[in-house]
Design a protein around this ligand. Structure first.
Ligand SMILES: CC(C)(COP(=O)(O)OP(=O)(O)OC[C@H]1O[C@@H](n2cnc3c(N)ncnc32)[C@H](O)[C@@H]1OP(=O)(O)O)[C@@H](O)C(=O)NCCC(=O)NCCS
Length: 168
């Protein structure tokens, strides 16, 4: 059963195997950034807790969940609680997410995003903003199948980025 889980020490072995798999694939985007933070699982966990409870200067509070099927980590989602900084409002928006390479193209991201949008509506967000690069067809199809509306294009890192909104 697909579900979201907040990271804890019991996920360590499964997490390490996911990251090793991810790094063995070349040229695949590494998103969300936080799962690649630090050199050890413990450093990653500390980062997750500090982003939630005591964000670094200039950051807004954010929650990271693993996307899981039973005990297997399929990927992760990073949710910014608001987009009240110029950079988040311009490009990054509320959500970053990724599915490990061996689990892609099985509609996990599409289904997961649908479930999470139901939760977001019950929580605190009226309109979700999500971005991806213009050549990331997998990501923008996931967003569009969840009623994402293309709001605008931005230049980011010298590449064209798509900015979507989803009304909840
Ligand atoms: C973007 C990402 C999360 C999509 O996850 P996913 O679970 O594979 O997505 P889904 O299986 O739900 O598929 C979404 C759409 O992309 C299409 N798709 C998925 N993998 C594909 C592939 N290898 N080739 C062509 N189309 C593909 C699917 O067919 C589907 O579209 P459709 O139903 O209209 O045909 C995943 O590719 C990923 O983690 N990429 C690296 C990180 C990243 O780019 N994150 C987003 C940053 S903004």
């Amino acid at each position: 059963m697909l579900h979201l889980s907040f990271p804890n020490i019991s996920h360590k072995t499964e997490f390490i195997s996911m990251i090793e798999e991810w790094k063995s694939f070349e040229d695949t985007p590494t998103s969300p950034d936080t799962i690649f933070y630090g050199n050890t699982y413990e450093e990653f966990l500390e980062r997750v807790y500090s982003e939630l409870h005591n964000p670094p200067p200039g950051y807004v509070p954010a929650t990271l969940f693993f996307i899981m099927e039973w005990s297997r980590i399929l990927g992760a989602i990073h949710i910014r609680h608001n987009i009240d900084t110029p950079f988040l409002a311009k490009i990054w928006g509320h959500i970053g997410y990724g599915i490990r390479p061996s689990e892609r193209n099985k509609w996990h991201a599409t289904e997961w995003l649908r479930l999470w949008l139901i939760e977001a509506k019950n929580l605190w967000i009226n309109q979700v903003m999500i971005w991806c690069y213009d050549d990331n067809i997998w990501s923008y199809r996931t967003i569009e199948k969840n009623n994402g509306k293309l709001d605008r294009y931005e230049d980011y890192n010298g590449k064209l980025a798509r900015i979507y909104t989803i009304d909840l």
